[in-house]
Structures are given as C-alpha cells and as structure tokens.
Design a binder for this molecule. Structure first.
Ligand code: GCU
Length: 606
C-alpha cells in the first residue's frame, strides 16, 4: 500500500466556492496580466489530484494534500516530495499545449500549470479577481493552497474573487487543466476539430473598488430604433447608488438610481443615432460612472429582425455574405487567441467580400468579436452543442446553458453579433428537440434583441432536398449544412436541384464546400484538386442562389484546420482541407469563385 508522506501543511482551507458572476469588459478595467511563461507538469494519471484510493485530495477531511497545488519547499531531507514545479518545463500562456511541445501534440489529459506572482493593490479597500478568458476543458483553480473553484467548458470566460487570499509577494497560482473528452461534455466525444487543451486565452487580475460595475447591457430596445435601453449591475451595492450613463456624441448624460439589488434599468430616447452596419460600423464611446469608478466601452447600435424571408438590418433587407471560421491560426497550427490572429482571419474574410462570419463551433475569443464590431462584420456565435451530444443528460443541458450564459454575458453589447446559434448538425429526436427548445428559451430570456438559429440538416426524398426539421419552427433563421458534390450528390445537376423548405423564414446555408490540397492541380473530375473544389463551388453557388428564401451563406471554411479525423497521407495528414485558404495562408482557386459571387450579390442588395 502506498503510504503518502503527510506533507507539512501551510494551512488547508476546505473548498470555498468563491466563483463570482462574470465581470465583463475587462479590456477597459484596472488589470494586471498573468500571461507569459508558466511551469507545467504532465499528469495523465491525475496523481496530483487523487490519492491512491482515487479520492480528490482537495475534498479529503483529514489534512492531507500532497496534490500538486501546494508549492512545497522543505529542508527536510526525508520529506517525500515527488514533484517540483520550478524545475519542471514551461508553456506560454495563453496558448494550447498541443502546439507548444512535440510530446504534447495529441495529448489529452491533465496538465498542471503553475505561475508565481507578486501583487500590489492600489487601495486597501479594493477587491481583486482572477479572470480567465477560457481554459479547455475543465479547470480546478488554486491560489496559495486554497481552492478557488472549478470551471467546465472550454470556450467561455470565468473569474473568482481572491481579495482575501492574494498577497503582496510570492503568490502561487496552480491550475489543473483536463481536456479529456467524455460523452456528457459539451462538446461531446466526437468532433471534427482538434481538441486543443490548455489555458488557451488571457489570464488577468482585475482590481475593483468594493462596490463596482460588474456588468451591463446597452443596446437598442427591440423594435424601437430610437430607444437605447438596458441595465447596469453593480456588485456589492449596499445602498441605492447614483449612476451616470453618458454617450457624449448623442448628448446623452442620464442619471440613474440602482434598486435594492444594485441594478439600474433605463430607456433613453435618441433621435440622431448613426446606426452600426457593415458599411458604417459606427461605435459610440459609452461611459458608466459611479461614485467609485468610471468604465468606458465602445458600443454600436443597430436593429436586427426578420420579416418573412427577409433579414432586416436597420430595416433594410440584407444578404449574409459569410464564411465559417474555426478559432485556429492555421499557419501556427494552434488555437488563435489574440488581436493579431483575429486581424488575419477577419482581413481574409473582408478580402473574400464578406459582411458576415460564422464563428464555428464554439464562442471565439473576445478579440474576434470586438474586432468584428470595429470592422463592420456581422457575427453568428454558437456553443459547441455539436453532433451527438447526450441530449437526455441534465448535466449536459446545464453545461450548455452555462456556456450560453457566459457567451451572452460577455458579448451582449457587441453590435456585430446578430445571431446566437444553438447547435450544429444534431440528429433530430424528441430529447434533442426538448434540449434545444430549453436552450432557445434560455437565450431569449437573456437577450431578446438578437436572432436565433441552428445549423440543421436537409434530407433527400423523391427528387427533392427537404428541410423540415421540427426545431425550425422555433428559429428566426432556418440554417442548414449541405455538401452537394462532396458527401454525395451530383455537381453537374446541382444547379437544377429542387428544394422543399417547410418554413417561410430566411434561409442561410450555414455550411457547404469540399476539400482541396492547395497547389494540387488537375481536372474538375479529380477530387482533392483545386480545380475540383473550384467547380464544386461554381455549381453549388448556382444552386444556392436559386433556393427559395435564400438570404445568406457561410461556406465551410476560411482556412484548412487541424482534425484528427482527416488522415489521408500526403493530402490531409491530420488537416481538414476544406479551407479556401491553405494552412500556409495561400488562397486556393475557389476563394476567387466565392469572391466573385459575393461581388455580384453585394450589387444586388445595394
Ligand atoms: C460538418 C461539420 C463541420 C465539419 C464539416 C466537414 O458539416 O459541421 O464541423 O468539419 O462538416 O465534414 O468538413
């Protein structure tokens, strides 16, 4: 029997649930970045977390915690210590671990991260929070030997209060990250993208006054283009507080008073709004001022609605000239995570002639949606309820709802986001419909200002392509993926295919396309050549523009991307080759087919 040496315990405080409601707009707050070099320990057997009876150390009653979250230093030569962060290798944060070390390329499991830091507060009365842009997939977070909490979900932010724990020097932050896939997770086990693990987005400490502006929603009131409405939430307000909401360019300087819950709601009439749109992505400086702080944001105002088959942006019918994007810098073969990565992707989208992007298949980092606001690119944002999720599992539903909550909380003030999507290619069934309807209700309860969709599928019967998925009745936009000419169907006949779509709603082709190895040339009859992909796009676009109620498309996909399902030697080698651009940033012939099509469509919708 293994006898673990009882380590001298600095002190062990049982798990305290310190998780806080999400703090938004962290870019404009008083923060200290913890990005940089962190030590790590690969722990495939989770030795640092479970004792030999497979009990988590941080939930044991007796004071025994040889887990890896105590940075234990001792002069006792007899001490049994079988780890040492400071002598362990390092990873860069943010960033997935798979692309940073050859031995981690396909690693799925637990890795422990550790970072030491000093912290000087600007005022004794202030409070401190530690904020994570995202960690894939599950994180256990410890600071100075105290467990702050757990987070599940690989693509949305979370924070914990650390006011009573953080010290002026030698704080040690330890995080157990586990990216193992499992059936009940969101996404579930089977996906067509690589399951990058790690602290994949920014880490920062946020310093706030005792009573601070935690969150706010400032957008146009639904169906009221002259009314700016919303709410402001203070954290730890012990009395009614005065708030000033000002938008100088609109000559708005509104005094508000919070209610007993620290919330102030408002509706402000403004007749001179310069509405946000792709051609004019106007963002207003917005200031929220309390007795204790002033917080600035840049917010665009626009209306988005549907009317029969039309999608109306600021009352005008539009066509979504889109492209799908994974959160990956293909040239690095790694998770994208910063402004530079976002600029590469959205600049390519603009070159393609896009006014819209589908951020697949999960919420992307905040740089992407903030840049989309600035560049005038409309956004479809989705959570990874993808393929065969465990629709009968309440934990899976709660997890999906939580990921929606965190995504909507973070991004609800971004004018560029016009669609929240619930799912991708999920197999119709009663449990699946119940699950998705729950997500739709939850989304509407949080944000009734945006459109709701999901990437459905079509089926073929008696010469017709049919879209009759019941969940379409609950969506604002009927979107579906179709791969004519790649996963079956004749390209030659594509332009004459017949469609039967059972809804009088806007139709968006949320995915179509086919693979090509950039630089491989041949005839249009040779799969994997650029010529085949180009012909596939030519024929699909001729078909698409004839589909009833068509109001947009987002071909699959901007870039080649990593997928362990794509193993054809020489051609795929672990990459999904459906990109219009290769993983070396080289545009394939089909890129220009789409560009020409969007150029034509743009003129039709002027
Ligand atoms: C599906 C799926 C994508 C996948 C693509 C493909 O439609 O939504 O995630 O990568 O098809 O097969 O390449």
């Amino acid at each position: 029997m293994f006898k673990y040496f009882l380590l001298k315990i600095l002190f062990f405080i049982p798990l305290i649930s310190l998780s806080q409601d999400l703090i938004t707009n962290t870019f404009n707050r008083d923060t200290k970045s913890l990005n940089g070099t962190w030590h790590y320990i690969v722990d495939p057997y989770e030795t640092g977390y479970y004792n030999y009876r497979y009990k988590p150390y941080d939930q044991l009653k007796e004071n025994n915690n040889s887990a890896f979250y105590n940075n234990y230093h001792t002069d006792n030569k007899m001490a049994l210590v079988e780890y040492d962060f400071d002598k362990s290798p390092t990873l860069t944060v943010p960033g997935d671990w798979n692309s940073q070390a050859e031995k981690l390329f396909y690693y799925e499991g637990t890795i422990w991260y550790k970072r030491s830091f000093d912290y000087t507060t600007t005022s004794k009365s202030n409070r401190q929070f530690i904020y994570f842009g995202a960690i894939n997939y599950k994180a256990e977070v410890y600071l100075n030997g105290i467990k702050l909490g757990t987070h599940e979900g690989g693509f949305t932010p979370f924070n914990f209060e650390i006011t009573s724990i953080v010290k002026p020097t030698d704080n040690y932050l330890v995080i157990k990250v586990d990216n193992k896939r499992f059936k009940e997770a969101i996404p579930t086990i089977n996906t067509d993208w690589w399951n990058y693990g790690g602290i994949t987005r920014d880490v920062k400490i946020i310093e706030e006054p005792a009573t601070f502006i935690q969150d706010y929603f400032i957008q146009l009131k639904k169906d009221s283009p002259k009314i700016i409405s919303g709410s402001i939430q203070l954290n730890n307000s012990t009395k009614k507080e005065k708030i000033t909401l000002s938008i100088p360019e609109l000559k708005i300087n509104q005094e508000l008073i919070t209610n007993e819950n620290g919330i102030a709601v408002f509706e402000i009439v403004s007749k001179k709004i310069n509405y946000w749109s792709p051609n004019s992505p106007k963002l207003y400086d917005v200031y929220i001022k309390t007795e204790y702080q002033t917080l600035k944001d840049e917010i665009g105002f626009r209306t988005i609605e549907t009317n029969g088959p039309d999608i109306l942006l600021n009352g005008k019918s539009i066509f979504l000239r889109g492209i799908c994007i994974h959160e990956e810098n293909a040239m690095r073969g790694a998770r994208a995570y910063n402004d530079a990565d976002a600029l590469v992707a959205l600049t390519w989208a603009k070159e393609l002639g896009c006014n819209y992007v589908r951020l697949a298949h999960y919420p992307h980092n905040e740089y992407m949606v903030k840049l989309a606001d600035k560049m005038g690119i409309m956004v479809w944002e989705e959570i990874p309820v993808y393929w065969t999720v465990d629709f009968t599992n309440k934990n899976s539903l709660d997890n999906a709802k939580n990921q929606l909550t965190e995504a909507i909380t973070r991004d609800k003030n971004r004018a560029s986001i016009i669609i929240w999507s619930m799912a991708n290619e999920t197999p119709p069934s009663t449990p699946r419909n119940v699950f998705l309807k729950e997500l739709i209700l939850h989304t509407k309860s949080m944000d009734s200002s945006r459109l709701i969709s999901a990437a459905l599928e079509k089926h073929y019967k008696d010469g017709f392509n049919i879209v009759d998925d019941e969940i379409g009745n609950y969506l604002d936009i009927v979107a579906f993926n179709q791969y004519t000419g790649w996963y079956g169907g004749s390209l030659e006949n594509a332009p004459d295919m017949k469609w039967d779509i059972k809804f009088n709603k806007p139709v968006v082709i949320s995915e179509f396309g086919g693979g090509a190895l950039q630089g491989l040339h041949g005839t249009i009859d040779e799969r994997w050549t650029e010529e085949y992909q180009e012909y596939l796009y030519q024929q699909n676009l001729k078909m698409i523009e004839k589909i009833p109620n068509i109001r947009g498309t987002s071909p699959w996909i901007l870039n080649d991307f990593r997928s362990p399902k794509r193993v054809l030697p020489v051609i795929q080698d672990g990459w999904n080759r459906k990109g219009l651009i290769s993983n070396h940033g080289i545009k394939k012939k089909a890129f220009f087919t789409v560009k020409d099509f969007y150029n034509k469509i743009e003129k039709q919708y002027r």
